[in-house]
Ligand binder design. Structure first.
Ligand code: SF4
Length: 409
């Protein structure tokens, strides 16, 4: 199975979502956009961090030379430095990860290794922040490319959320704020300060049940689709789910009838999946099992056979049988890796266009080599730190999540 980079290189014009994808990410560092990939058209924050230029030693190196640099630096650093690789990272990076997982499991891996001096987080900015909050104060968390943000997390800024909170609480009793793990640390802290909680895509229902024990309504940040899909799972009808657009707000009457106020944010990777793609897959492969991530729009989740976190998707694939056909609605790097891991099954991405997450894609082996060699030289590049007060409030929201238990049935 060719890597996603290879698929992009080989793709015809309309089979990849951007010809720029074939470029190396350092060519894009000064761009004022998320860069090629699924988030390219999303509004880009003016204050988003830019990555400084990489020395030529890395940008000019061949893939084999980068491999040799990474392997040698990793060997020298030994147990002192752990590499954390998100499921959506490219194979060329994941191959060096000490732990591979979703954002929360990687943050937990950081917490579980107090002996390490540093964690190199091959993922995006909010994930490195969560790892910094959960790891020890003297442990460094490093993001190899500072331009690896997340357009969904950036759709809810603290200033916007505080303005919305003032408007909402002026009209109705304060809802319980719930934020998806995919949000900035200061949004998690906002939830911690205001009686709220964090959720992941695996525990969103349990967390919403917890929230409804604390209050009548929930403000769900920043992913409208996970918020709506979870509300549906709990039997909450569409009439009681309202969308908060930070530019427009809602009337007191609309807020009054809501049980769940979902923020107008979305993941541009998962927004690409459509019911038409599912229909096409079913027409082409009768008997196909369609599994999608709950960041997909509600009609897609309803048309699928199963919806759940990346962990659930992986478990579903592992439980399938040789000869089975599985169409998957999540990031292409994970789907591609599953297809390579289970060659006796037909596993494909529902979206026929190769379109990775723009920012995950920014973590190229050249950045990993630069990061590791800097650590060998005694420098700590690109350290991600969360202010102590913000971390303390965010930890409250994270601990509430860890303590939340599913309702007994
Ligand atoms: S896949 Fe979506 S939610 Fe995840 S980092 Fe990329 S843009 Fe953000």
């Amino acid at each position: 199975m060719p890597s996603v980079r290879e698929l992009i290189r080989l793709a015809a014009k309309d089979e990849a979502c951007g010809t720029d994808l074939a470029q190396d990410p350092w060519a894009l560092n000064q761009d004022s956009s998320y860069g090629p990939g699924a988030s390219i058209a999303d509004p880009f924050p003016v204050d988003a961090p830019h990555q400084s230029a990489l020395p030529e030693r890395y940008t000019q190196a061949s893939p084999e030379e980068l491999d040799a640099m990474i392997a040698a630096a990793k060997e020298t650093l030994g147990e002192r430095v752990k590499i954390l690789g998100h499921f959506y990272q490219r194979d060329e990076v994941v191959t060096y990860a000490d732990f591979v997982g979703d954002s929360f499991n990687l943050a937990k891996a950081a917490k579980a290794h107090p002996e390490a001096d540093a964690f190199v987080f091959c993922g995006v900015h909010f994930m490195a922040e969560t790892a910094d909050i959960l790891s020890g104060a003297d442990q460094a968390v490093i993001l190899p490319n500072l331009a690896a943000g997340c357009s969904m997390a950036d759709m809810a800024t603290l200033a916007q959320v505080e303005r919305a909170w003032a408007d909402i609480t002026a009209a109705i009793e304060a809802p319980v704020p719930v934020t998806y793990m995919n949000s900035a640390a200061n949004i998690k802290a906002f939830c911690g300060r205001n009686g709220g909680i964090v959720c992941t895509s695996s525990n969103a229902t349990t967390v919403l049940e917890w929230a409804f024990e604390q209050g009548q309504r929930v403000l769900f940040l920043p992913d409208q689709h996970l918020g709506r899909n979870t509300a549906h799972t709990m039997g909450i009808p569409d009439e009681e789910i309202v969308l908060w657009n930070p530019r427009k707000g809602l009337t007191p009457e609309e807020l009054e009838r809501a049980r769940v106020i979902v923020w107008d944010g979305f993941c541009s990777v998962h927004k690409r999946f459509t019911v038409a793609q599912i229909e096409r897959a079913r027409a082409e492969f009768p008997g196909v099992r369609v599994i999608v991530h709950p960041e997909c729009p509600a009609p897609v989740v309803q048309a699928a056979d199963a919806a759940g976190s990346t962990e659930l998707i992986r478990r579903e694939v592992a439980a399938s049988q040789p000869g089975d056909v599985l169409a998957i609605g999540t990031e292409i790097n994970l789907v591609n890796r599953l297809a390579a891991q289970y060659p006796d099954r037909t596993i494909f991405c529902l979206d026929p266009v190769v379109c990775p997450c723009s920012t995950m894609y920014r973590i190229h082996p050249a950045y990993l080599a630069w990061t590791l060699e800097s650590l060998v030289a005694g420098e700590i590049p690109n350290r991600i730190t969360v202010d102590d007060a913000v971390a303390a409030d965010a930890r409250v929201a994270l601990e509430r999540m860890l303590a939340a238990r599913p309702k007994a049935v």
